[in-house]
Design a binder for this molecule. Sequence first.
Ligand SMILES: Cc1cc2nc3c(=O)[nH]c(=O)nc-3n(C[C@H](O)[C@H](O)[C@H](O)COP(=O)(O)OP(=O)(O)OC[C@H]3O[C@@H](n4cnc5c(N)ncnc54)[C@H](O)[C@@H]3O)c2cc1C
Length: 527
Amino acid sequence: MSLQADNIIETKGALILGAGAAGLFTALKLAPYPALVLADTHPGVSGSSARAQGGIAASVAKGDSWQAHAADTVAAGAGLCDPEIAALVAREAAARIDDLVRFGAPFDRREDGSLAVGREAAHSAARIVHVRGDRAGAAVMQALTERAMATASITLLEGFHAIELAVEDGRVAGLFARYNSGGAPRLMLFRAQEVILATGGLGALYAVTTNPAETRGEGLGMAARAGALIADPEFVQFHPTAIAVGRAPAPLATEALRGEGAMLIDENGRRFMPAIDPMAELGPRDIVARAIHRQIAAGHKVFLDCREAVGAKFAEEFPTVYEACREAGIDPATQPIPVAPAAHYHMGGIATDTRGRTSLEGLRAVGECAATGLHGANRLASNSLLEALVFGARLAEDLRERGTLRLGRGTLPTPERFHLLPPPKALREAMTRLVGLERNAEGLNEALRIIAQIERAGGHEPTLLNMTATAKLVVSGALARRESRGSHFRTDYPQTDPTGVRTFMTLARAEHMIAEPQAVAGARSRA
Ligand SMILES: Cc1cc2nc3c(=O)[nH]c(=O)nc-3n(C[C@H](O)[C@H](O)[C@H](O)COP(=O)(O)OP(=O)(O)OC[C@H]3O[C@@H](n4cnc5c(N)ncnc54)[C@H](O)[C@@H]3O)c2cc1C
């Protein structure tokens, strides 16, 4: 499809799409080289970054080592992490935390002034740097935004919703973005020497998610529609205990509550986890999430009962969760909290190398929309913000070394607030029901039929095509992976295949598989 822009801006520099942690940190690391950062939402509160609660993993404490961090990452990835990438990220983590401190992130400290670190599931040491308990994302984003706004080389533009990459002579040369001006929708072509996607994950393609509305896989979809290689699309991590009160995004009932002894019960007060895992409520995230999913699928309601374990200390010890419960009319000190698993994090994404380069000339990707090989089939807690920082810095260093960035001329508009339409309800429901915690060939094929209907009904609307492209890649990856591993569970293939390798596919390949299902077996091209 060829789009006609109302206006053209030449940036002749780095054009970063997305103002979450990945986009802003990359822009700051590029400075003093110019970067134009575009987003549909307001920087600072944009994307999943501002909602991160736990913190950022880094082996900064005495007795810990980057080798141990790398080993934990590889173990969590269920055989599909790239060990060299895990080592590289763990090794560079401390330097990136130093950068954040320099940019003003107010991490919690111990009395001797050293960084305070917490421990999270599947980490063999305490290594999560945090801010005021559960405020890491909001505090880091506030620091990055203030710093970016005070940096002369960075231009932040909100109110632009990107819909398609501009490809010229086989190279990504910019992107088309919608904006509203004077009450009318307009289309801008931003031309740039380097386009960097930092568009986050895809949680909002699911009916129940912890992600905000703007993270709906559109950057991945845009790149895929332009022909980029996509890696590991089938791996979507679900958080076991989102608070199920119909809020979007769903607030989290943090894992620390189960750590304190909170129990999972059904509507009759019956505990079900002891019969499923020897560690009961403290079993691995996937197992707990699937157990809750099965209860709900069997018609039960599931609650997290904190009355005995936390009780009257709730408001003081878990203020964020307490607030979310109170807003929904629940007093978690005296009432069980209704919970359900929610789409939380996408391990897959646009395949990138160690400098953020994608398979398309002129296009780079960083943060949750990229797949670097770090996470494998399951992300280790608090490794995602870290991945954004490590690869943002590497990408920036690579571009600065090349010295290609110059800000060109053009009059930048100040658009009105952009109202995002939510993804179609039928798509979100199909993704949750058929492409969620438990999948099988029949359900995945039904999902593909529903996606095709949605595409037909929506014509060639680019925003919709971005979302359906991403959904098709997730479903095709899940169909091609005839095994269960990490976050991906097939009821028709419940075993792990010892020969399993990472998935790499293009949208064209996924569409070929959909048209000719016998091609599925050959879908994985390289380990
Ligand atoms: C509730 C919650 C808690 C979490 N806790 C942690 C944690 O403790 N530690 C950790 O490491 N990770 C955590 N994560 C995951 C982590 O927050 C994300 O992986 C990370 O923030 C992603 O950063 P990002 O910059 O890649 O994307 P985001 O922060 O999601 O930013 C995406 C940006 O792209 C913009 N955008 C997207 N599409 C378009 C478009 N088409 N046009 C214009 N703009 C667009 C958005 O508006 C936004 O500005 C958590 C996630 C959630 C949801």
